[in-house]
Ligand binder design. Structure first.
Ligand code: MSP
Length: 580
């Protein structure tokens, strides 16, 4: 348990928001799809932490057991432990390089996890839900699951007949063996009832309907949860039976409980009660390919044990590259570390959140990534550049607001506008902008808590665009020019001009300050550079300060000429066409 979390437990009694990613198979290197799962969770967890009264805990890690890993290690002629240590390092490197702010990186080879898996197995066995039996069927090593024969088909590959899963198109092999079985069927009705009473349990809705329909129309077969040790060597041993190893998914799903410290503190009078200050229940982020494991098997394991079900399962779609799911064999894998080294960490994070919705598959395209980065440079960073030069003075504009010098601003806009016909537009735009800035947190919050990141980012852009537009049409530089060129201005006019200049600068700097605070969960570095440049106190970068005028102490040094642009223009490295 991290120090921060133990501190939280002492200080607060409200429940933390506990968010998890799937734990990643370590048979191959991480790609952009893995980063996507991590980013959805990281953004949500950081969003929660933006509110000083809330707390969150993010869990990610690696799934290190099973035939898939064993086979990969055999192919490379190395010990599985050597392989998992190396590839886990790659996933840690990915999360560290891409600034994934996890609270724990769990490995299923961790001691507390192995202990918990044994404990959970014993509980299930004592309750009579685990039985030994014989099993035969079509097993897919790549997907680590059995498929019913009806869901497989024979094809010809390299002149040889092989059988594949119709769903994943990965090869299946016939296996007959003694296994332990879990009585899934005993909980089918209970799960249906739970889903009917909790229609938000699985999001988006079409995934919920799919699972509910499957449960209502198909009788669940019992689940084989072990394999003979002669075949599966690299897995956790079944308690008191060295001839069998635990099925990798049974062990993997339990990682979400391991991180909560289960069963310590949960057990009261032989019942599991989730303590109020405990992390559990979790919100799980998963890809669409592992829905059955998380929305059928996992809830049933928990129902059987008498533990509360997860709060929610958020199922996201996949990133496609050149029209296909990324895979090593297709050679269309996008390496997240390589692209972030070229485009920068934050532009990559921003691009993935700006261009994906959890409902539909998303197309990865480097051209779109370049465009998204150009917009950050041309609109977000440019707003800062516009008011951050030597002509203006951000600190002075903040000071003007503090001293109440904008109280008669509407009158001044009308009196002194150099182009009378645009006065109504300026007044309207500045009112809209102020309203939109003040509502930005609530507006983004509504979307982010529903994992609707695209729309949250669109709302964010709207405010930036409005501020740029206001600056463009109000032309504050003309007042500067007037102040410089004409010596005949009286003191009142000079002060009124200064008020107008500072008002527009202030609205733009408030746009930058608040939008930067609110984009921290997606772009922690670029927002930090910009907030640093504005000289915002580190303790005032949270949701308590997201209204206009909530922080009037910043701006010192923001207009000094020692600052560099927070993002540099890059040479395009792809052709102009949008990839299919
Ligand atoms: N080890 C299991 C999960 C166990 S959780 C108790 C597993 N691992 S995985 O490495 O194959 O996949 C991890 C996650 O990455 C899954 O949620 C999967 O959907 C996601 N992605 C894999 N390819 C992806 C894309 N191309 N796009 C988006 N996400 C994708 O499954």
């Amino acid at each position: 348990m991290t120090l921060r979390y133990s501190l939280f437990k002492r200080l607060k009694s409200t429940k933390p928001f506990y968010v998890t990613t799937p734990i990643f198979y370590v048979n191959a290197s991480p790609h952009i799809g893995h980063l996507y799962s991590m980013l959805i969770a990281d953004t949500r967890s950081r969003w929660e932490k933006l509110n000083p009264n809330k707390f969150s805990y993010m869990l990610t890690g690696t799934d290190e057991h099973g035939l898939k890993i064993q086979t990969a290690a055999e192919k490379q002629g190395i010990d599985p432990k050597v392989l998992v240590d190396r590839v886990t390092g790659n996933f840690k490197e990915l999360s560290n390089k891409l600034d994934i702010n996890y609270d724990r990186f769990i490995r299923t080879t961790d001691k507390d996890h192995v202990n918990l898996t044994h404990y959970f197995w014993n509980v299930m066995e004592e309750k009579g839900f685990i039985e030994k039996g014989s099993h035969s069927g079509w097993y897919c090593v790549s997907d680590e699951t059995f498929y019913p024969e009806a869901n497989t088909e024979e094809i010809e590959k390299d002149g040889k007949k092989i059988r594949i899963s119709s769903e994943s198109e990965n090869e299946v092999v016939y296996q007959e063996e003694t296994n332990y079985f879990f009585k899934l069927s005993a909980f089918q009705d209970q799960l249906v009832q739970y889903l009917q009473n909790n229609p938000d349990f699985i999001k988006p809705q079409h995934r919920y309907k799919f699972i509910l329909n499957e449960l209502m129309t198909t009788k669940l077969p019992d689940l084989s949860i072990s394999r003979p040790s002669s075949r599966l060597k690299w897995s956790i041993e079944v308690p008191n039976d060295p001839s069998q190893k635990i099925y990798v998914w049974f062990d993997a799903l339990l990682n979400y409980l391991t991180a909560t410290g289960f069963p310590n503190g949960f057990l009261q009078d032989s019942k599991y009660i989730t303590p109020e200050d405990n992390l559990w229940p979790a919100t799980h982020i998963i890809g669409k390919d592992i829905i059955r494991f998380h929305c059928i098997y996992w809830p049933i394991f928990l129902l059987a044990a008498g533990i509360d079900l997860p709060k929610q399962v958020i199922v996201h779609s996949h990133w496609l590259c050149e029209g296909f799911k990324m895979s090593k064999s297709l050679g269309n894998v996008v390496d997240p570390i390589e692209i972030s080294e070229y485009y920068g960490i934050d532009p990559v994070r921003f691009f993935l959140m700006e261009n994906s919705n959890i409902e539909d598959d998303c197309k990865f395209s480097e051209t779109l990534l370049e465009r998204s980065r150009d917009s950050l440079l041309g609109k977000y960073c440019n707003l800062l550049t516009r008011i951050g030069g030597g002509k203006f003075d951000i600190r002075e504009s903040v000071e003007y607001c503090k001293k109440g010098k904008f109280d008669d601003i509407s009158q001044l806009i009308q009196n002194y506008s150099l182009k009378k016909d645009i006065v109504p537009s300026i007044l309207q735009l500045s009112t809209d902008l102020q309203d939109d800035i003040n509502n930005l947190y609530t507006q983004m919050d509504e979307k982010i808590i529903n994992f609707d990141y695209i729309r949250a980012v669109q709302t964010w852009w709207q405010v930036i665009n409005q501020a740029n537009q206001l600056f463009q049409i109000s032309e504050p530089w003309l007042y500067i020019r007037a102040l410089k060129s004409s010596s005949g201005l009286d003191d009142k006019t000079i002060e009124d001009y200064k008020k107008l200049i500072n008002y527009y600068v202030f609205l733009c700097s408030e746009t930058i300050r608040i939008s930067s605070i609110l984009i921290q969960p997606i772009m922690p570095n670029l927002s930090k550079d910009i907030l640093d440049r504005l000289n915002i106190d580190i303790n005032m970068r949270n949701s308590d300060y997201v209204k206009i005028g909530a922080d009037l102490n910043y701006g010192d040094g923001a207009n000094s000429n020692k600052h560099k642009l927070p993002l540099q223009k890059l040479q395009p490295r792809v052709s102009d066409k949008i990839d299919d």
